[in-house]
Design a protein around this ligand. Structure first.
Ligand code: NAP
Length: 267
């Protein structure tokens, strides 16, 4: 398949109200002239972003507030977006984390993370793939996972498990869908400077964080080039090679010790 060509076409983008999603919206509009259906819960933020995209970048943008921790809301997003526009692809980016001991995460908190990070991603994916295949325009999906999906990350244990699910989902579907004319790219960033890591607990890990605009540009580049699995930043890529070569327990214990120290220091 050739590169994607989002110019003048419609994409759904979840988690567009802040961080990586907001920056990816700007890259898609500014550099690829894509029209966007912007999805998240905070409508005011989405409206503000939509105005920027229309006025600065001359693209079209719809605002579609939704709580994607509710599966029916993911279904409504698909229905509303595809009824309003012919959709060419989607960036499935919304997600939440929990950084701390596993037993600090309540059952409700865990279910919220599972529903948002996993269930709604699967629901949107399983609705979008047959739709995109049937349209026959060679569209694509970008599934935002994380480097924590590549090996177990203790103290972000449940989050790491959800992101590991997404690596398996995205990479498996990439191979299934490529011959059927739809690309699925999995994006696995390391730390990014966004609201997700704004809390005090992340203070001593801050020097590792990548600027969100840089991470967005690399993610969208991988999306349009229909990459299989993209890890942004040269340091992260070297890290990911070491993660594959060294024994998993050694790698995972090293990260665990670092996270434990950060939690002890920063609360
Ligand atoms: N920051 C990192 O270090 C890092 C590293 C690797 C991967 N990632 C991944 O990157 C993605 C974006 O995260 P970020 O770092 O940009 O964090 P962020 O700034 O906190 O953005 C998270 C986005 O998800 C949306 N969201 C959260 N709960 C939602 C819900 N129930 N329904 C609909 N939308 C919801 C938020 O919007 P509303 O609150 O307005 O709903 C927001 O737009 C996530 O999947 C994350 O796992 C982040």
């Amino acid at each position: 398949m050739q590169r994607m060509n989002p110019s003048g076409r419609w994409l759904i983008l979840t988690g567009a109200s802040s961080g990586l999603g907001r920056e990816m919206a700007i890259v898609l509009a500014r550099d690829h002239q894509a029209n966007l259906v912007l999805v998240a819960r905070r409508q005011d933020r989405l409206e503000e972003l939509a105005t920027i995209l229309r006025e600065r970048h001359g693209t079209q943008a719809d605002v579609l507030p939704a709580d994607l921790s509710v599966t029916a809301e993911a279904e409504r997003v698909f229905q509303t977006a595809t009824e309003a526009h012919p959709v060419y692809g989607a960036v499935l980016n919304a997600g939440v984390t929990h950084f701390g001991r596993y037993d600090e995460l309540s059952w409700d908190g865990f279910m919220n993370m599972l529903n948002l990070n996993v269930t709604s991603q699967v629901r949107l994916t399983t609705l979008l793939l047959p739709y995109l295949e049937q349209r026959g325009e060679h569209g694509g999906l970008l599934i935002v996972s994380s480097m924590t999906g590549l090996t177990p990350f203790a103290y972000q244990t449940a989050y790491s498990a959800t992101k590991s699910f997404l690596v398996a989902l995205g990479c498996g579907l990439c191979l299934e869908m490529e011959p059927r004319g739809v690309s699925v790219t999995t994006y696995a960033p390391g730390g990014i400077a966004t609201e997700m890591v704004a809390g005090k607990r992340f203070d001593s890990l801050r020097s590792w964080l990548m600027p969100a605009d840089q991470c967005a540009a690399e993610g969208i580049d991988a999306f349009v080039k229909r990459r299989y699995l993209q890890i942004p930043g040269p340091l992260n890529r070297v890290g990911s090679v070491l993660m594959r070569m060294l024994p998993q327990k050694l790698v995972a214990s090293t990260f665990a010790a670092q996270y434990k120290r950060a939690l002890e220091r920063d609360g």
